[in-house]
Design a protein around this ligand. Structure first.
Ligand code: SF4
Length: 457
């Protein structure tokens, strides 16, 4: 007998047979009440059902109360989630006003000390600290009917978890399970769990592992799906469709966020399309495909009469699902008999199979971003897309650590108001550059590194 938990988030219930819920996040300064309310009104109008806001300090946490009040005066009761990194005290504060708190096990208690090994005593002491802090948070959440998302990111696992499991899907799962088991001991079940990654295959693997592990342990909690740092445009939509859509088609996932480095309102119609097509609360039949008989690792997919976005979604989801059965190396897509080479290349790249141009990871931005990341990403893409094999991370801030940049060759990271730091892998090589000069500086540094020639060969 499996315990199936549903979780109330404000006026919404997620989990079990309930509809899959679409959510997003503001990119305003949470302390700017008017701007945040205005964006939430827009998001709710577009069909967003839960909105998350970053809380980087106590003032942000307190702003949630004002934001909620202002929304309620406008007749908008959308649940608000508070996004917390590093600071248990802020989580405890935000839990008084938010409907849900998101905490990241990778940085909630365990601090980064650049340690690569841990003694048994050190591990036990950190576990005790985690338990103590979660006990306090659970009590506050119980009193205030606030739910908790245990939001694990592949790019910010704690050093303790990396030591035990490596930077792997298993490490992500174990990171979540440690927190889940503590909350279960505390008889706190209003949980949602997410295992997110920017690399689509890792995200899919982690969520499948979790789905199976839940059943082995005899419980199920609602799952939130998302690809982190997916970036913008077609590439981001392909990654999100492949990761989120393929899992929904297997009946994994109870709430989703499509993260785009665009206006957050743009996320909603795409997310709605994924839920409408794949969140049927049953395992959907496998797509039809043709294998090329001359090469058993080439897959051929044929479609007819779809618009551009539906074709992108169908091909991305179908290929991701079929890759779970066989390790395809090549893909051909035909639409109304015409070959779609660019789309096939983007899908192969999104699934880490073949890289045919520069790879971008970019965070969707939030209240911590202090430069115009949407514009900056556009500029970076324009100037570097042709650099095949190069991986560039464009991030609003460094809060989740360098790990979030997921093995990027270069990192372009917000460093303060209108300022950017540039990293070469994990090394800071240019500090506090004015945002208007930073793309040129990046291009110059890439050129100086000799990496272009090396990668283009
Ligand atoms: S990396 Fe981006 S989304 Fe994440 S906290 Fe920083 S600005 Fe916000």
């Amino acid at each position: 007998m499996i315990e199936k938990h549903k979780t109330r988030i404000g006026n919404i219930i997620v989990g079990d047979d309930n509809d899959v819920i679409v959510q997003s996040m503001t990119n305003t300064d949470t302390g700017n009440i008017n701007a945040s309310v205005e964006q939430i009104v827009e998001l709710a109008g577009a069909g967003c059902q839960i909105v998350r806001l970053t809380c980087k300090n106590i003032k942000d946490a307190q702003s949630l109360k004002e934001i909620k009040k202002s929304l309620s005066e406008k007749g908008i009761g959308i649940p608000l989630a508070a996004d917390i990194h590093f600071m248990p005290k802020i989580a405890e504060h935000a839990a008084l006003y938010a409907d849900k708190i998101r905490i990241n096990p990778g940085n909630y208690i365990d601090k980064r000390k650049s340690k690569s090994s841990f003694s048994d005593d050190e591990i036990q002491s950190q576990k005790n600290n985690v338990k103590q802090s979660l006990t306090s948070l659970a009590e506050i959440c119980k009193r205030n009917s606030t739910s908790i998302r245990i939001g694990v990111n592949h790019g910010s696992l704690s050093e303790r978890m990396m030591f035990a499991y490596g930077n792997t899907a298993k490490g992500m799962l174990e990171s979540a399970l440690e927190f889940i088991e503590i909350f279960r001991e505390l008889n706190f079940h209003d949980l949602v769990i997410s295992l997110k990654a920017s690399h689509v295959p890792i995200m899919i693997e982690a969520n499948r592992l979790m789905y199976n592990e839940f059943r082995n342990r005899g419980f199920v909690y609602p799952i939130h799906l998302g690809i982190t740092e997916a970036g913008s445009g077609m590439e981001a939509r392909v990654k999100s469709a492949a990761g989120i859509g393929s899992l929904l088609a297997e009946n994994i996932g109870d709430t989703i966020r499509v993260s785009l480095t665009e206006d957050p309102v743009e996320e909603i119609p795409f997310a709605k399309k994924l839920t409408a097509r794949y969140a049927k609360r049953k395992i959907l039949p496998m797509p039809h495909s043709t294998e090329n008989l001359t090469d058993d690792l080439e897959l051929v997919l044929n479609y007819n009469n779809l618009n551009e976005e539906d074709l992108l979604i169908s091909t991305s989801v179908d290929f991701a699902r079929l890759c779970n059965i066989k390790a395809y190396k090549r893909l051909k897509i035909f639409h109304n008999g015409k070959e779609q080479g660019e789309l096939a290349d983007i899908i192969l790249q999104a699934l880490g199979i073949k890289y045919s141009k520069a790879e971008f990871i970019a965070c969707p931005s939030c209240g911590r971003t202090q430069f115009d990341i949407i514009e900056e990403l556009k500029k970076v893409k324009e100037k570097t897309s042709h650099l095949k094999g190069l991986k560039i991370a464009v991030m609003g801030c460094i809060v989740n650590g360098l790990g979030e940049m997921a093995g990027a060759d270069f990192g372009y990271v917000g460093a303060g108001k209108g300022k950017v730091d540039i990293y070469k892998q994990k090394l800071l090589i240019a500090k506090n550059i004015d945002a208007e000069d930073a793309v040129d500086e990046l291009v110059k540094l890439i050129g100086q590194s000799g990496q272009i020639q090396e990668k283009e060969n």
